[in-house]
Ligand binder design. Sequence first.
Ligand SMILES: [Fe+2]
Length: 377
Amino acid sequence: MATIPSFPPIHFDFGAIQELPGELAKRGVDHPLIITDQGLVEHGVYQKLRDALPADMAVAVYDNIPENPTIAGIEQALDVYKANNCDGIIGLGGGSVLDSGKALRVAATHNMSVIEILNNLGKITADVAPYITIPTTAGTGAEITFGGGIHPETNAPALTIRSIHVQPDLAICDPEFTMTLPPRLTAATGMDALTHCVEGFVSNMSNPPCEAIALDGTRRVVDFIERAVADGSDREARAEMSMAALQGGMAIYMGLGPIHALSMAFGDSPLHHGTLVTVAMPAVMRFYNDKLNGNGLERYAEAMKLKADKESGNRIADAVAEMNTKLGLPSTVREMGYEKTDIDRMVKECCDSGFNHPAPIVPSQDEYEKLVTEVLG
Ligand SMILES: [Fe+2]
């Protein structure tokens, strides 16, 4: 049986930010808290958002969300929310900010600390603060998904937040807000979208409309990522990558898999998520190569403009490795500066990961050990 969940409403285009004041009013939000990070303030992206709101609106700001989302960042944002009697949240940023907002909207209305929320996801009710997302990267899909990862401490593995009640109320995808994203992050977040498309597409959830979306998102990444990385002012490439990111987010509704499980194995260091998953993708595609024939890899290879045959998994792996090199991304986790050596712990993280549930084939412990070793480098 196909299960087709619904996405939040989305405004998508250059200039979509103009919809924000009306959307806040519709939700009765008079005193929003904007959560963001310092880079976005420094690069003027926050100001662009502020300019779209009425000058006399009482707006509070918390601009210190870290590069990977932490409980401390959410707790500090909550203090600002409460001190200013805020009545809604606007998340302006990449996956870290947008996922932080998911926990924050619960913490704002539930009489529980953030760690209690993360340890008691079943206690999250629909009584959450209004939450609008404005992505400034193109790739995480966090603007529309109902899950995310929050690190208890910077160097501790992420805990999952997952509940339909944390799904954002609305996403405003205005590619203008991605124009200042530097090349390396454009590359890494864009490749994250590709991993969402492939893991969603081959997952064991049947959802033909989303499968078509995943293939279309794949084509956009393949066609436009190099342009967006080479020239950040290429408006067409930016818009196409924003759409690919959104489509990757829709693909996540079918679940993820071993690529994302592997990224958790190295989650005890603050490494960039998008870079981790694209480094992990070739190994997982090779693992699938002789196991998933007739089960989607050929169609996926076609979407990547590759020959579709029994070697599709290997072809996809080679193509992604080549894309990573061309985009200046690393090919192993060691190249990212990861120095830990406790392979058994990494393998256990992979085996225990909830990302395995939707996987078409779950690697065994031995297979995960091989995957971890290969991805680690
Ligand atoms: Fe991801």
